[in-house]
Write a protein of this length. Structure first.
Length: 260
């Protein structure tokens, strides 16, 4: 098991004995049982050999193309083939999802025109009519309320220019000092649609439009000027304030402006 000189080659006759008694065959060595065959076992291959031919998958799908023949030509409508190219999956191709430009001229417009001629009837003519005879014309009060009590008919001459109904902006009633969330009236202090779509720069700072038209006392105005870096002596500031007070009264003759 442990020869003194290290590895030791086994003699050939000993290996033949172990091969016969124990079936000890080396790796990659053919097992020879000393059979008498009419063939050479070193060159003969046992089993069934399959003939390998290229393009077997293509032959299974298109068998008619590989048997010295061509598929039969079938003439169909182009619209049917265009529908199949979009609705069905193509073998070996990505599904057509309608991407890319359509093979049509740029001036092509799909659909049917709603009005081909100006003389054709439309919805407006169906309501108002277009008769040629005076007797066939519609009534003069077409589209107007004729029910008594529901018409804006005035009884006095001075009410001819009267506007009926309730205005959307209630400038005719005084605005409460503290407006409740349950009060849905618009007193003219709400912003317009353009102010909501395009708010001013100072809106992000929490300053509303009312702050610019709000009446402020003398000491608050002086404090604002001081904070922005414009300090005036009392005499000069009083002169500026009095001049501004006179200008405000000239621009708002009906508004009560306090002295201080």
């Amino acid at each position: 098991m442990f020869p003194a000189s290290g590895a030791k080659e086994e003699k050939h006759e000993f290996a033949k004995m172990y091969q016969k008694t124990h079936g000890n065959i080396g790796a990659g060595v053919q097992n020879k049982r000393e059979y008498i065959w009419n063939i050479n076992p070193e060159q003969h291959v046992f089993g069934y050999g399959e003939r390998v031919a290229p393009n077997q998958a293509a032959r299974a799908v298109h068998s008619e193309r590989f048997e010295a023949s061509f598929p039969k030509t079938v003439i169909v409508k182009k619209t049917v083939e265009d529908m199949k190219s979009i609705a069905h999956d193509q073998l070996g191709k990505a599904k057509n999802l309608g991407q890319g430009a359509h093979p049509i001229p740029d001036d092509i417009i799909f659909g049917v025109r709603s009005l081909k001629d100006a003389t054709e009837w439309n919805a407006a003519k169906c309501l108002s009519g277009n008769p040629t005879d005076r007797e066939l014309r519609p009534d003069n009060d077409l589209g107007k309320s004729t029910r008594p009590g529901t018409r804006n008919i005035v009884r006095r001459t001075e009410d001819e220019n009267r506007v009926f109904g309730c205005p959307s902006v209630r400038t005719d009633i005084p605005m409460p000092k503290l407006k409740s969330v349950a009060d849905h009236q618009n007193y003219g202090d709400e912003p317009e649609a353009i102010d909501i779509l395009f708010p001013a720069t100072y809106t992000e700072l929490g300053v509303s439009e009312v702050e610019f038209t709000k009446l402020r006392p003398r000491h608050e105005i002086e404090s604002l000027f001081t904070k922005i870096g414009h300090s005036y002596k009392p005499g000069k500031f009083n002169a500026i304030f009095n001049r501004s007070l006179e200008y405000a009264r000239e621009m708002n003759p009906g508004r009560s402006i306090p002295q201080s």
